[in-house]
Ligand binder design. Structure first.
Ligand code: MLT
Length: 304
């Protein structure tokens, strides 16, 4: 009987994967063979000697002490692509909402409450301040061409954007090959110089931390719009604030807001909603459970 400790509640389609009598799961398990975890941090959690594997029901593994696990022979894996659609949809919404200044415009429209019959007139007069460009025909740089980046590239292409793709780990040819929607396999410099919108979809590593910083932002087109639905630490908050003040960056959408950015004009702070859809949570739970069962039963790991 395999014992699996669920650190966060996992969705029904994950739980239905476990065969009765063969697997026992729950948050009370004492000597687990494996953990399933969503977003909770395991950095301060004592890893039991019985532990063989940790399944991360999601993409990023920065909530897991991966180096320590490697030293102790604990397999860590994630669920690549399982929540990519949720993130892609939010990114496409963010591209349009930020470009058209919709959130500021809605907040302003609400201030007209109480103006009675004058509301239509006030709307026509005041709306001009919010007018923003369409995204079709504009250049989008996609940094990171994994499951999410490729979906974003294809969806943006379908909306008429000219897409430039770059990946720190894939060759230009491979990046080109994995998405028919990517018009241009590009270097980072080309993306910085040419793109009107830049979105980042890479894991947080020592190499990627602070990718959006004063130096990279200075190399970008003036008025660029930045999107970070991956990890907050991929940008340097103080540099984003400066760039918004100077107009070098027109807006910054971030799905992991920090205190410093919450009330900064031009920042759209989303409370980590990218993969928070019932469908994505279900897909992640199902993939994590399937992979874990395969690993415990056969020793084979398909995701690493
Ligand atoms: C991910 O890493 O999969 C997303 O950020 C969502 C999450 O943390 O669960």
């Amino acid at each position: 009987m395999y014992q699996i400790k669920t650190i966060n509640k996992i969705s029904p389609s994950g739980l239905t994967r476990f065969a009765p009598g063969e697997f026992q799961y729950g948050d009370e398990i004492e000597n687990p063979d494996a953990f399933i975890v969503r977003s909770a941090s395991l950095h301060e959690v004592e890893l039991p000697a019985s532990l063989k594997a940790i399944a991360r029901a999601g993409a990023g593994v920065n909530n897991i002490p991966v180096d320590k696990c490697s030293e102790e022979g604990i397999v860590v894996f994630n669920t690549p692509g399982a929540n990519a659609n949720g993130v892609k949809e939010l990114l496409i919404a963010a591209l349009i909402l930020s470009s058209r200044n919709v959130l500021d415009a809605v907040a302003w429209a609400k201030t007209l409450k109480g103006q009675g019959a004058d509301v239509p007139k006030l709307v026509e007069k005041g709306k001009k301040q919010f007018v923003g460009p369409e995204i079709a025909g504009k250049k989008l740089g996609v940094i990171g061409l994994g499951a999410i980046g490729v979906k974003v590239a294809n969806a943006a292409h379908a909306l008429g954007m000219e897409v430039y793709g770059y990946d720190p780990y894939l060759s230009v040819e491979a990046a080109w090959g994995i998405s028919q929607g990517i018009h241009h396999a590009a270097s980072l410099n080309v993306i910085y110089e040419q793109c009107d919108y830049i979105t980042i979809h890479v894991p947080l590593t020592p190499e990627t931390r602070g990718t959006f910083n004063a130096e990279s932002i200075a190399a970008m087109k003036k008025g660029v719009r930045l999107f970070n639905l991956a990890r907050g630490e991929l940008a340097v908050p103080a540099d984003i604030v400066e760039a918004l003040k100077s107009g070098q960056v027109a807006s910054y959408v971030v799905d992991f807001p920090c205190d410093e950015l919450l009330d900064v004009p031009g920042v759209i702070p989303i409370p980590h909603l990218g993969a928070s859809t019932p469908e994505s949570e279900d897909n992640c739970a199902a993939m994590a459970a399937d992979e874990l069962i395969a690993l415990l039963k056969t020793g084979a790991i398909r995701n690493s």
